[in-house]
Ligand binder design. Structure first.
Ligand SMILES: Nc1ncnc2c1ncn2[C@@H]1O[C@H](COP(=O)(O)OP(=O)(O)OP(=O)(O)O)[C@@H](O)[C@H]1O
Ligand SMILES: [Mg+2]
Length: 439
């Protein structure tokens, strides 16, 4: 994530002007204090100078010694305040400079949490009260004096509480703004990413349209070549073996090309699913029969497990048939060499709060290689010698057209398990361009 922007930019001109203003006020304040009695007490002037220096350097100390800088600054201020009191009164406890303790107290309230603020106020009060001891050596403590002292200390706590509450509120607010700015930056980043993806999809869509046009144009001459090749084969029935064989090649290869073009056009054409209430299991049974009948490889056992009383679903039967054909064909092809079992399940299920039917197609083939799992729904991904790699892209496009979901994983025993979900609720006809299946 990008770093969130500063809420108050310390380098901004407004901030710098404020800084300069506060510095001037501080110098004036310290200057006035220096001019007030006792004027000829040089210790006092030096301490005032030191207080000024700590105040001016405060932000640098905080940054330099993070996270202990705050404690250093407060401790320094308590120390300097205590020294100032010592040098500004006959009896230190009676010094009229006692409000200087507000300085460490307010600093603690600004930077610390409530408990730490109370603790620092207590320490500052303790430092101030430490002058009671020398005073009591010479004088007696009257009830009035105790009253004054308690009053002063109460004011320290009052200042601490008020400032700390305000500071906590403002810190909370700043945190909120910072979070908000962070979220905004993140949203911005996502938006840019989405825009980049949209641009890429547009380019791909344009390319798709172009190739679909090309494929369409190829289909007509292919038809002519196919017809001519068939006529040629008939004409050559009587002539030599080699010519007949060559004409046969033309015919079979043209058939292959034509199947490829048809498959590609199926994929590229925008899909308009006409959803009608239909029985999913009837479609499944039909597909299993078709694939089983034309299967020429090692025998494949079928296990059907349909939940009784499944409701009719809004389906486009012919599109669903095509999707299941591709899936079942893939499963049979995966078990081509050793045979195996294809388990087909259909049950009621719920997904993302939608009711529907879940179909499971589990074969006992080798399963899908891990590195391919993310990709097999993309067009032209194939591991087969004669495969085109469009079967699963078409499936995922059809599933999207039903607002459904498809997912693939490998069973513990190794075979591929495709899980599909078809929602129950009616959806309006959906034109679908790109397929976006989850894997
Ligand atoms: N049931 C399965 N078991 C193992 N691998 C599978 C299974 N189904 C699909 N695959 C893998 O996914 C790849 C893509 O499948 P897809 O159906 O999209 O293309 P294809 O079968 O290779 O070609 P065609 O376009 O002719 O269908 C396959 O080549 C195969 O490697
Ligand atoms: Mg296939």
């Amino acid at each position: 994530m990008e770093p969130s922007p500063h809420i108050v930019d310390p380098d901004s001109r407004r901030f710098k002007r404020l800084d300069a203003l506060w510095l001037t006020i501080w110098l004036v304040f310290l200057g006035v204090l220096a001019a007030l009695p006792p004027e000829l007490e040089w210790h006092k002037q030096v301490i005032l100078l030191a207080i000024g220096a700590v105040q001016v350097l405060e932000s640098r100390i905080l940054a330099r010694f993070e996270p202990r800088g705050v404690s250093y600054v407060i401790l320094l201020k308590i120390l300097l305040a205590t020294l100032l009191i010592d040098h500004t009164g006959e009896l230190s406890i009676n010094s009229s400079y006692w409000p200087i303790y507000f300085l460490p107290v307010v600093t603690a309230a600004l930077y610390c949490g409530p408990w730490a603020t109370l603790a620092w106020t207590l320490i500052a009060s303790g430092a101030y009260c430490s002058y009671l001891y020398p005073a009591m050596q010479e004088y007696e403590l009257t009830a009035d004096a105790v009253g004054y002292l308690v009053l002063r200390i109460m004011f320290f706590f009052l200042a601490a509480m008020v400032v700390n509450r305000f500071s906590q509120q403002s810190q909370h607010q700043t945190q909120l703004y910072r979070d908000l700015a962070g979220r905004l930056a993140e949203t911005n980043r996502r938006l840019e990413q989405a825009q980049a993806e949209a641009r890429r999809s547009e380019r791909l869509a344009a390319l798709g349209q172009l190739s679909a046009g090309l494929a369409h144009e190829i289909r007509n001459p292919l038809g002519v070549i196919k017809g001519s090749a068939e006529m040629l084969t008939q004409k050559l029935q009587t002539s030599d073996e080699l010519s007949r064989e060559l004409a046969g090649y033309i015919s079979t290869e043209v058939n292959r090309l034509s199947a490829l073009v048809t498959e590609f056009l199926d994929f590229a054409r925008p899909l308009h699913a006409q959803l009608q209430p239909s029985s999913l299991t009837r479609v499944l049974d039909r597909v299993l029969e078709i694939v089983g009948d034309r299967w020429k490889g090692k025998p494949v056992q079928l296990e059907r497990d349909y939940e009784a009383g499944l409701p009719p679903l809004p389906l486009d039967e012919s599109l669903c048939e095509q999707a299941f054909l591709n899936l079942v064909q893939n499963a049979y092809e995966a078990m081509e060499e050793r045979g195996g079992t294809l388990r087909v399940e259909a049950r009621r299920a719920e997904r993302d709060g939608r009711d529907g039917v879940r179909v499971l197609l589990a074969d006992t083939g080798p399963g899908i290689p891990d590195k391919l799992r993310e990709e097999i729904f993309n067009p032209f991904v194939t591991t087969k010698k004669t495969g085109v790699g469009l079967g699963l892209s078409i499936v995922s496009k059809i599933v999207d057209g039903h607002r459904g979901f498809i997912h693939v994983e490998n069973a513990a025993s190794g075979g591929a398990v495709f899980t599909l979900f078809f929602p129950l609720e009616e959806v309006e006809e959906l034109p679908v361009g790109q397929s976006t299946a989850a894997s």
